[in-house]
Design a protein around this ligand. Structure first.
Ligand SMILES: CC(C)(COP(=O)(O)OP(=O)(O)OC[C@H]1O[C@@H](n2cnc3c(N)ncnc32)[C@H](O)[C@@H]1OP(=O)(O)O)[C@@H](O)C(=O)NCCC(=O)NCCS
Length: 151
């Protein structure tokens, strides 16, 4: 095989690998992380419900912790892919949020968070479902390849 042909083949394989690296891979069994809160007076909106902005903040933090655990890197939020408020929560409800990594690409990880409200009676039901894409970044804030950090 000539050196030129060999180099061309290698370039093509590198290009194919680069393209494949953008395909999101599924996470088989993501660790589930939990965050809990009690809804306080300062979390309530004018309608007496848990303020959407407050739960979004909690979701963002849990999502970052899940993504940091998964990538072993600092992360930043690039996109909220889904955010559904299914039911309201009210003062004194316990909010349980469960998050896990569901898939990852070359530099990003998709995190799913389902939040539940629990009443004093023990009744528990989902109130919110969110999916956030988090990107691993270096100390300059540049996206970094996470593949080598994932076992
Ligand atoms: C996150 C950031 C570093 C990415 O930089 P970038 O130069 O766009 O990086 P890339 O183009 O290499 O994209 C990085 C990843 O984000 C994904 N991405 C980029 N733009 C996207 C978009 N519009 N939608 C979904 N995913 C996107 C890419 O697919 C890539 O993932 P992959 O490598 O797993 O395939 C940069 O956009 C940034 O700093 N954004 C601000 C983040 C921030 O401040 N968040 C806090 C506000 S809550």
């Amino acid at each position: 095989m000539s050196k030129l042909f060999h180099d061309m083949q290698k370039e093509e394989m590198d290009r194919a690998k680069e393209q494949l690296s953008h395909i999101q891979k599924k996470v088989a069994d993501g660790n589930i992380l939990e965050q809990v809160h009690i809804v306080m007076a300062s979390d309530i909106n004018g309608m007496g419900r848990l303020f959407g902005g407050r739960i979004m903040e909690w979701i963002d933090v849990l999502s970052a912790v899940v993504a940091r655990d998964f990538t072993k890197q600092d992360v930043t939020t690039i996109k909220v892919e889904e955010l559904v408020f299914e039911k309201p929560a009210f003062i004194n409800d316990t909010i349980i949020m469960r998050g896990k990594a569901v898939s990852y690409g070359k530099t990003s990880v998709l995190v799913e968070i389902i939040s539940y409200a629990r009443k004093l009676t023990g009744e528990e039901f989902p109130i919110n479902c969110a999916r956030l894409k988090m990107v691993a970044v270096d100390s300059l804030g540049k996206a970094v390849n996470i593949r080598k950090f994932i076992s």
